[in-house]
Design a protein around this ligand. Sequence first.
Ligand code: G3H
Length: 254
Amino acid sequence: MRKPLVMGNWKLNGTKESVTALVNALKAPADKAAAKVDVAVCAPAVFIGMVEDLASGSKLQWGSEDCDVHTKGAFTGENSPTMLREFGCTYAIVGHSERREYHKESNECVAAKYKAAQENVLIPVLCVGESEAEFDAGRTMDIVRAELKAVIDLCGIESFKNAVIAYEPIWAIGTGKTATPEIAEKVHADIRAYLASFDADVAAGVRILYGGSCNAKTAPDLFKQPDIDGGLVGGASLKAPDFTAIIEAAEANA
Ligand SMILES: O=C[C@H](O)COP(=O)(O)O
């Protein structure tokens, strides 16, 4: 039985004031949901220490939006998995489409980050997904399989025992164009089938989140799908009432 996970990805948003208010407002819903649903927020690195101070003692978990492959050294601007772990992160998102696009991160680079996160006791949240042109051309699974295969080649299928996958169709991110529950479920099931071709038990156990305009309105039907194990939520995770409604939708289907 897979425990759903609802994770916020704040991206490049927040102030000291808004982070304080948001984390304080999410502790009670996270505590209430904890028996059935894991709840986490992934914050810009500069806010992670604040999130740790505010959320410690509650069931709200936190993580980073990226992590470097190195643990220390002359890598200006980076954040190492050991530093993130020291500030209490449970998760590290790797391979978000915005990193792949704006920072030119290849499948191999993302796989290396996934490996570094896992080696340093962070749970990687591996983002996969296709562009609109690739979706229109029917190439979704070609893209997603290649993104998964790079990780399998470097870390092995067993590594997915301690990882999360987030399927995020790029055309649905921040656009208001959510994938229909049927489209999303088909891709999630195809991802699970692909992983099962390597190891059926690992495939059955891995949590696969949906991301892309997941909000209070769309989450209930998405979360009813058998292969959708929660959401990676961008815009709607910045407002406590909206994110709370998404947590409640996951609880209702857990
Ligand atoms: O990581 C989150 C995704 O990019 C989804 O963002 P969004 O919910 O604003 O569409």
